[in-house]
Design a protein. Structure first.
Lengths: 579, 274
């Protein structure tokens, strides 16, 4: 049965020159699971909001279970049929305590109190929020907030659920939870529409709709849509990570079947080793004798920190954490949401001073009460996850000049610094310096924020989740910019919950769990610990998992292959594929 | 306390969950109790009544199993201001000449009555601040909202949008802790770029200019979030809700509520007359 029907729909934002969606015609059957993907600005979110009458079409018709969304009197029923989960749970929780937030939708529908109580209690148990039912939402952990946002929508029992980039900021464990809920809903017959930047998630749907500049560019099964990598790249997208790896591995393992879309399929398809006994691996010893002995740049010892210390709301973020980073090294800081990554990073530039333990940043000892915090912050630049929190000037040029101005440099010096910083992140000085910061895209704002830190010429660069929430294209551009920075010899500490992002970029990594050190080591050592990473809410990179699986199937591969390049080189080293 | 922890100083939305006798009272009983006692404390002219009011608040904190130290912290920031006001009261209180003078300093004379008035002022405001802090700790925003909504329900008959007004207050108050958190994050992000607004000297303009880096992102992110929030509320059927929308909280007036009310009325009378 057709549940959703869009017939030649056009949509334009007020005062906008062009349409955000142009001539969209789509039908979605009851029980379908559809992914909507596309680069930033392709109209994904707009499309989602047309489905529950938050937006109304300029022309054409949207009908939901036969109801035209332009009929205002049907909106109550339409919104009961189509539930919508937004990205940031903080923005969608309305009530002052958990259980009332879960009840909000039912209250608006006029469900009697007794029945409402029964349904709310049930949903709170299902989402493991029962213990917290009386707490105000801002005291929940981010995972709990995410579950509450879902609970508040699902309690109404909608037939369609639109997930608008719900997983964009989640760590792998959070994403697995949401995906499991989606599987469950789908099995119960609900229609799911997942708007996402993650191609791996799109591959789990039955159908993928690709939008490009407000039009439907592709519409088909994941196998059809992901068959043409070049076409996808032109649309600002890429293959799911497992499909991409499979395609590259085919150079070395030509028998690998076509059409692999997810990690499970890839692992199952990897062949058993049929070659002769492993030849003696000639390990090229690195010539370490000539390399200069690196100096230690950052050191934390026994670091502990409690937020809101001395209030009833106190909570511990770090306990006994050690960290050691040498000059010029790119160090990855891995951990799930709430593991203490951000708190640790903020200690490394003196934003937070140690409550317990010791921190040394270059020559500065932060436990010394007389330490010059401003000098520490100049030495170690910290870029936060959300650029909106740090940008405030109208124009890009002024924004980036803010730091150098604080340091009271001359006009010419400031100009030179701004130009240099913009070049480092790949923003053209002349064409960007007079643009308005807030009119830029998310990826561009990230670059401006990064340039604004670089403009003070820090020796240490601290990056808090720089990739989170970016679409595939901006992600690629930012990663390229960061690669260029490593050449400058900066000491970099980069935090992330995406091991795939870290593995190709860092030299070494330490993993935090629940505010404590879990394990640390070289990139190969850390990202190969598949089960341990999984246990603390993370996920080993897909290349590392493929390498481990190949070794289990008898391949005499060297340990520590955690990126596609390393895996291909490893296969080449044992005479498989091209070197 | 770190230089960035604004949310620790926030009086609202910091409800301490509990299951004491006080927490179990009907929200309406709690609202009326605080209203009566604090009104009496505000207007009483009786020192003994004032002390009784303070004792009632302290006893209430005890009964609700709340930390006295935490509650007293609310006094910390207004205290210097209050002491200053009390000093003014003592020094410049105009009283008839018939009152015996304790101390004379040039044109200023200090009488026993002056000291009493200053002390009363200090005590009165300390009690009110403690009382408001107390109510903030046991009255969740939702309890407050539902209590107010039922108490003001008769006004709906006059076509006043009581439900919308209460909802607006709930959303605003729920937003506050998140706003404080955003301010914290923004302050950190700015400090990381060398902002030094805590030690800016100079004229008013310079100081305001130094706050801009903090204010602009707060405004922009808040507006953006308010937008999303309005959409999220609509998506959950708020704009299209039935006129007969219901409530999860089923309020029942029980015997302890009546008892609390009797005590509150007794205190009201006693504070004003003792």
């Amino acid at each position: 049965m057709t549940l959703i029907e869009l017939d030649h729909v056009n949509f334009r934002y007020p005062q906008a020159q062009s349409t955000a969606l142009t001539d969209i015609s789509l039908t979605i059957e009851e029980g379908e699971r559809v992914a909507v993907v596309g680069a930033n600005g392709s109209g994904k979110t707009t499309l989602g909001r047309l489905l529950n009458a938050l937006y109304l079409p300029e022309s054409g018709q949207v009908s939901i279970a036969g109801m035209d969304t332009r009929r205002m009197e049907l909106h109550r029923v339409i919104r009961q049929v189509v539930g919508m989960v937004f990205q940031n749970p903080e923005d969608q929780l309305v009530a002052a305590v958990v259980e009332e937030d879960a009840a909000f939708g039912l209250e608006n529908l006029g469900v009697p109190t007794l029945e409402m109580r029964r349904r709310v209690d049930e949903v709170l148990h299902t989402f493991d929020l029962w213990e917290h039912r009386q707490r105000p939402p801002h005291l929940l952990s981010s995972g709990q907030m995410q579950r509450l946002a879902l609970a508040g929508v699902l309690v109404v029992e909608p037939r369609v659920v639109v997930f608008d980039e719900t997983t964009a900021m989640l760590d792998p464990a959070g994403r697995r939870t949401v995906m499991a809920r989606m599987d469950e809903l789908h099995q119960r017959g609900a229609t799911l529409i997942a708007i996402t930047h993650f191609m791996g998630e799109a591959a789990r749907c039955e159908r993928v709709v690709v939008l490009d500049h407000g039009r439907v560019a592709l519409d088909g099964t994941p196998a059809q849509v992901f068959a043409d990598a070049e076409r996808l790249a032109a649309l600002g997208l890429h293959l799911p990570p497992a499909a991409d790896l499979a395609q590259r591995l085919r150079l070395a393992l030509p028998d690998l079947p076509l059409g692999i879309l997810n990690t499970a399929e890839l692992l199952a398809a990897l062949p058993n080793y049929r070659g002769g006994p492993a030849q003696d691996l000639l390990r090229e010893d690195l010539n370490v004798a000539d390399a200069p002995v690196p100096v230690e740049m950052l050191r934390a010892e026994e670091l502990g920190y409690v937020y809101l210390k001395g209030t009833p709301l106190a909570h511990r973020a770090l306990q006994g954490v050690d960290l050691n980073v040498k000059t010029g090294v790119v160090h990855g800081l891995a951990g799930a949401t709430g593991s203490g990554k951000s708190t640790l990073l903020q200690h490394l530039n003196g934003l937070l001073l140690p409550q317990e333990g010791r921190v040394r940043v270059g020559p500065y000892r932060l436990e010394d009460p007389k330490v010059d915090r401003y000098a520490v912050r100049r030495l170690a630049g910290l870029a936060f996850q959300n650029p909106d929190m740090q940008l405030f000037e109208t124009f890009v040029g002024d924004e980036i000049a803010f730091g150098p101005r604080q340091d009271q440099l001359s006009r010419d010096e400031i100009r030179a610094r701004v130009r240099w910083a913009m070049e480092q992140v790949g923003l053209d000085f002349e064409s960007y310096k007079d643009r308005r910061s807030f009119a830029l895209s998310g990826g561009e704002r990230k670059k401006v924020a990064l340039a604004s830190i670089l403009a003070r010429k820090p020796e240490i660069l601290l990056l808090d989740e720089p990739m989170a929430g970016l679409d595939p294209r901006s992600r690629g551009e930012l990663l390229a910019a960061l690669r260029r920075l490593t050449i400058l010899g900066l000491t970099i500490v980069i935090s992330s919950h995406q091991m795939d992002d870290l593995a190709g970029f860092v030299d070494e990594a330490s993993v935090l769990a629940h505010g404590q050190n879990a394990f640390a080591g070289s990139v190969g050592e850390v990202f190969e610990r598949e089960d341990e990473l999984l246990a603390i809410g993370l996920e080993a990179p897909v290349a590392a998992r493929a390498a481990l699986e190949l070794r289990r199937k008898g391949w005499p591969l060297a340990p520590g292959l955690v990126t596609p390049d390393a895996l291909l080189a490893g296969l080449a080293a044992i005479g498989q594929g091209v070197r | 306390m770190s230089e960035f922890e604004f949310s620790g100083n926030l009086p609202f939305g910091q409800v301490v969950p509990g299951n004491s006798w006080v927490h179990r009272l009907d929200p309406r009983a709690r609202i009326l109790f605080f209203l009566l006692v604090l009104t009496a404390v505000m207007f009483t002219q009786r020192p003994l009544g004032l002390l009784l009011g303070l004792a009632a608040i302290l006893l209430g904190l005890r009964l609700a199993q709340l930390s006295l130290r935490y509650s007293l912290r609310a006094l910390r920031s207004p205290l210097p201001f209050l002491v200053f006001l009390a000093a003014l009261q003592v020094l410049f209180n105009a009283l008839p000449d018939s009152v015996p003078v304790l101390l004379r300093l040039g044109p200023i004379s200090i009488t026993l009555a002056d000291l009493m008035a200053g002390g009363m002022l200090l005590l009165r405001f300390a009690t009110v601040v403690l009382g408001i802090g107390f109510s903030g700790q046991v009255l969740s925003v939702s309890a407050l909202a539902h209590g107010m909504e039922t108490l003001f329900a008769p006004l709906e008959k006059l076509k006043l949008p009581v439900h919308d007004a209460v909802m607006a207050v709930v959303v605003a108050v729920r937003f506050l802790p998140f706003l404080a958190l955003s301010a914290e994050r923004i302050a950190r992000a700015q400090a990381a770029r060398g902002a030094q607004w805590t030690r800016v000297n100079g004229g008013l303009f310079r100081r305001i200019r130094a706050q801009l880096p903090l204010m602009v992102p707060i405004f922009i992110t808040s507006l953006r979030r308010a937008d999303t929030m309005a959409l999220a509320m609509d998506a959950r059927g708020y704009a299209s809700r039935t006129p007969q929308s219901t409530s999860l909280i089923d309020m029942r007036w029980k015997r302890p509520d009546t008892l609390a009310m009797l005590i509150a009325v007794g205190l009201f009378v006693a504070i004003l007359t003792f």
